[in-house]
Design a protein around this ligand. Structure first.
Ligand SMILES: Cc1ncc(C[n+]2csc(CCOP(=O)(O)OP(=O)(O)O)c2C)c(N)n1
Length: 298
């Protein structure tokens, strides 16, 4: 498991150039900056169709996988290529959106995890297909409004729950799975520094608030992230060898989910009863995670 570090331990060297054409307050671009700061310059990046090609000017070798669904195959080939060159020290990293992970790229991702390929997959989860106009993905949360789950007489936003991809991948028995948040960069960095030292398949799922798609003030990107973690909507944890589970942030008491929800336009339609439903599901999930903490998931 990772060891706690403090903010001052985050490497100073940047792996991205300043300036990019992302929307103001883009959580995804903060993810990209933090991930490659932690990985360091001895890494290579793979990306697919998404906001990511726009939001980062990166200083490491960078590859665009032209087939959206082929990211994991591309990462596999690159990793094996580096091995043939005797360069297994290079961390081969994918920076992929939630659509490219939980939906379109899932088959190849699952296959690469099952083969335990030596790659590090990072999902920046802005909880919809943002690059193409904010359509729902299977990572969009329950009751959230999106371009394809509107609020109308017949629709109250997304009627299904968010897919739990970190646990699905952990059950592939891969060496390392974790979640992270841009509001907790020291936790994110410690997990990457630990994960990159492991051989085999590593996965990190990172909350990436999107002001444009979620409808909040760009200055509140970190606030939305922090409130999501503090309320249990976005728990921070790691799972090693597909079994051992550890919560890396455990508040004495959870903040109410309403604090995080009420500053996002995509949840503005919620009735008190709907907010209570989200609160109940979140508390139940948190209690399940607390019971697993320090033990095994199965
Ligand atoms: C197979 C395939 N389906 C759909 C598209 C169209 N497309 C391009 S980007 C994109 C959205 C990607 O969403 P996500 O992976 O969540 O990243 P984000 O845009 O949110 O950064 C879609 C649907 C495509 N290029 N290829």
């Amino acid at each position: 498991m990772s060891k706690k570090i403090s903010i001052g331990d985050i490497p100073e060297e940047e792996a991205v150039w300043p300036g990019n054409p992302a929307c103001q307050g883009c959580g995804g671009s903060i993810v990209g900056r933090l991930v490659f700061k932690a990985l360091g310059r001895n890494s290579a990046r793979v990306e697919v169709a998404s906001c990511a090609p726009g939001f980062m000017n990166i200083r490491v070798p960078s590859f665009y996988a032209p087939a959206f669904e082929g990211a994991a195959a591309f990462l596999t080939g690159l990793s094996r290529g580096y091995k043939l060159l005797g360069r297994e020290d290079v961390v081969v990293a994918g920076l992929i959106g939630d659509g490219g992970t939980v939906d379109i790229g899932f088959q190849g991702l699952s296959a690469a995890a099952e083969r335990n390929e030596n790659v590090f997959w990072f999902t920046y989860d802005n909880e919809a297909y943002m690059n193409t106009g904010g359509q729902r993905s299977s990572s969009t949360p329950l009751l959230a409004r999106s371009a394809t789950t509107p609020i109308s007489e017949k629709s109250r936003g997304k009627s299904e729950a968010k897919k739990n991809l970190p646990f699905i991948l952990a059950l592939h028995r891969v060496p390392y799975v974790s979640t992270a948040s841009v509001a907790y960069p020291e936790d994110l960095t410690a997990k990457i520094q630990y994960g990159k030292g492991l051989k085999g398949f590593k996965y990190m799922h990172i909350h990436a608030p999107c002001p444009t798609g979620w409808g909040f003030d760009p200055k509140d990107a970190i606030k939305v992230s922090r409130l999501s973690v503090q309320s249990g909507l976005w728990p921070l944890y790691e799972i090693e060898d597909g079994r051992r589970f550890k919560l890396t942030y455990k508040p004495r008491e959870l903040a109410p989910v309403s604090e995080a929800l009420k500053i996002q336009g995509r949840f503005r339609h919620l009735t008190e009863q709907e907010t209570d439903t989200i609160q109940r599901i979140t508390t139940e999930n948190w209690d399940r995670l607390l019971a697993l903490d320090g033990g095994e998931i199965c």
